[in-house]
Design a protein around this ligand. Structure first.
Ligand code: TNX
Length: 578
């Protein structure tokens, strides 16, 4: 009843036939400074500001066309849990006041959307449900943060000086705007290593939410490595009974002399948990790419099934970091094992890609093993590089038959790339350049600039990290398309991804701290047209995003952007790190 009364009072102000023509609400001054009121990251392709505001209160309704109920449900939560998603009224006239979500097939880009906020309607149209979802993410960033709402309500009350109603902070005023938007790159990813350290299901979901907030679409889940096997495989229970646990963990950087913490460390995700996470990601339009490392980084698997090694056991789950000589033996039993494992993995993850690793494979054991030498002879493989290539190609063939495509780290170029493989270029961009020249798809993850396990500021004042130095500025100025690629080769660069290796990241908070706000910069690299990017303008928009991090309880690195001295910034802007 109260709501109805309220709506009635406001009709003269909010409901006008033409947009923006209400003399009172449309004359409202900009309450916040413009950059903040329209602070969207990544910056939209086109954003036209208007005067006026849309009022959201508990009588606002969301109308979801075209089976967009999932998207409507997500939006509803962002808007302080609006009471209900309304059914579509038969009379279009009834849609005068509300938020409308719709598919629009005529939009040119697959992930493109338009967002229009007017005084009495908000309309989000997308080419696909994912595109509508991106429009919702933009809308979400236009919602004033809790702390700004009070201020806005106060300013509006002063300016309108209505006797009949005082705005409260529970009523959100969204700024009028027309946005047309679509991403520059199709692949926009974040990676997380859960082998070196493990994170709870609740955090994996929180990480997925962060990916969604940034309009990224891929989560690369690094599930196996020397220090722990983290996914339940029904056919091989020892992978998690034995392979998911290590005796202890190295303390700090005590490689030599080695010093461990004497605490058993372990954990894994059950298949039910994996299914739950995959379904969660799907609702947020995020595809998960699972990574099962082969033929190297396999000590945890060998600890569980030593018969798959090159006779160099006994094997243990590694307790320190680095690259180890122990790799799978090239024999039929290994391929049967890997195929069975990948079979279960393929059934759990509906996306088209499976990452098979392929990085850092020392060839020592293969060179020294009679059995491996014999295998190479039988298969006409001239050296260990050819054997690595055989390994990957055989697995690719198996996965292609199951309708999946493989991704591998750039080492899989050595000895000949598998015919349909996508390359993840991590040792700089060179591997990516080479792969694109060979007409293979590429995802750029160069360790010089997209390794978010590296320091983001002075190591003396930062928590322990693996090394390196990559500031948010460096990330912001990364260009995924190397200059040396010819025009027709550029289309092979699908996009980029930041990698989060967790040797020195042992808590969820530290993951957040290491990725924020560097991933916000990466999101803009991947979404916004290069000539629209502007570092200083990005810095002005960042605080609004940080207030969302605050509201959602994310930990983040706070000082870099404003601390970067201008001269250095200008210099770097002219000559970015690649
Ligand atoms: C290299 S990137 C690795 C990882 C480490 C990382 C540390 C890649 C394919 N392999 O095993 O965790 O460096 O930055």
């Amino acid at each position: 009843m109260k709501n109805l009364f309220f709506l009635f009072l406001f009709l003269p102000f909010l409901a006008c036939k033409t947009d923006y023509d209400n003399p009172r609400i449309n004359q409202l001054k900009d309450i916040k400074n413009k950059d903040e009121a329209y602070a969207v990251i990544p910056k939209p392709v086109s954003l036209q500001q208007y005067k006026g505001r849309f009022l959201v209160n508990d009588s606002t309704r969301i109308y979801a066309y075209d089976s967009l109920q999932n998207e409507a449900g997500i939006l509803k939560k962002y808007l302080d849990d609006l009471p209900e998603i309304a059914s579509i009224p038969e009379e279009p006239e009834a849609l005068k006041y509300g938020i409308i979500l719709k598919i629009n097939d005529s939009l040119p880009q697959e992930e493109g959307y338009t967002l229009s906020i007017q005084t009495h309607t908000i309309k989000i149209e997308g080419k696909s449900p994912a595109a509508v979802f991106y429009g919702i993410q933009t809308l979400r960033q236009l919602i004033p943060s809790a702390k700004n709402r009070k201020q806005i309500a106060k300013a509006v009350n002063e300016e309108l000086a209505l006797k009949s109603h005082q705005f409260s902070e529970a009523e959100m005023l969204l700024p009028a705007v027309e946005i047309t938007d679509y991403p520059q790159f199709a692949y926009r990813g974040m990676h997380l290593d859960v082998s070196r350290h493990m994170f709870p299901v609740s955090f994996i979901k929180k990480y997925i939410d962060l990916i969604a907030l940034h309009k990224m679409n891929t989560f690369h889940w690094h599930l196996t490595d020397d220090q722990g096997w983290r996914i339940e495989i029904k056919k091989y229970p020892k992978l998690t009974e034995i392979g998911a646990k290590r005796k202890e963990t190295m303390i700090g950087k005590n490689f030599d002399p080695y010093k461990g913490d004497e605490k058993e460390y372990g954990g894994f995700y059950t298949q039910d948990q994996v299914k739950e996470i995959v379904a969660y990601a799907k609702r947020k339009h995020i595809t998960i790419i699972p990574e099962i490392e082969l033929p190297g980084h396999s000590r945890a698997a060998l600890a569980a099934y030593p018969e798959l090694g090159n006779g160099t056991g006994p094997y243990t789950v590694a307790t320190k970091w680095g690259v180890f000589d122990q790799v799978y033996a090239p024999k039929e039993a290994t391929f049967t094992f890997l195929e069975n494992v990948l079979d279960e993995v393929a059934n759990l993850f509906p996306g088209k890609y499976i990452h098979i690793g392929g990085d850092e494979v020392p060839k020592k054991e293969w060179e020294e093993s009679k059995q491996a030498q014999q295998f190479m002879k039988e298969h006409n493989l001239k050296d260990a590089n050819a054997l690595q290539s055989y390994f990957v190609q055989r697995i690719e063939k198996f996965l292609n038959q199951k309708g999946k495509q493989i991704i591998g780290w750039d080492e899989i170029l050595e000895g000949g790339i598998a015919p349909n493989a996508t390359i993840m270029s991590w040792r700089g961009t060179e591997g990516g350049i080479e792969a694109a020249k060979q007409q293979h798809n590429v995802i750029m993850t160069p360790n010089g600039v997209l390794y978010f396990d590296h320091y983001q500021d002075n190591p003396e004042t930062e928590p322990l990290a693996i090394g390196g130095h990559t500031s948010v500025f460096d990330v912001y100025h990364f260009n995924p398309i190397p200059d040396s690629l010819a025009k027709e080769e550029r289309k092979y660069i699908l996009g980029a991804q930041a990698n989060v290796w967790t040797e020195y990241i042992d808590t969820s908070e530290k993951v957040e701290y290491m990725v924020l706000p560097r991933m916000s910069a990466l999101a803009e690299v991947l979404w916004t047209p290069a000539d629209e990017k502007d570092w200083f303008n990005f810095l002005k928009r960042l605080p609004a995003l940080e207030s969302i991090f605050d509201d959602l309880d994310y930990t983040y690195f706070q000082k870099t952007p404003t601390d970067i001295n201008l001269k250095k910034a200008e210099e770097l802007q002219k000559n970015p790190k690649s």
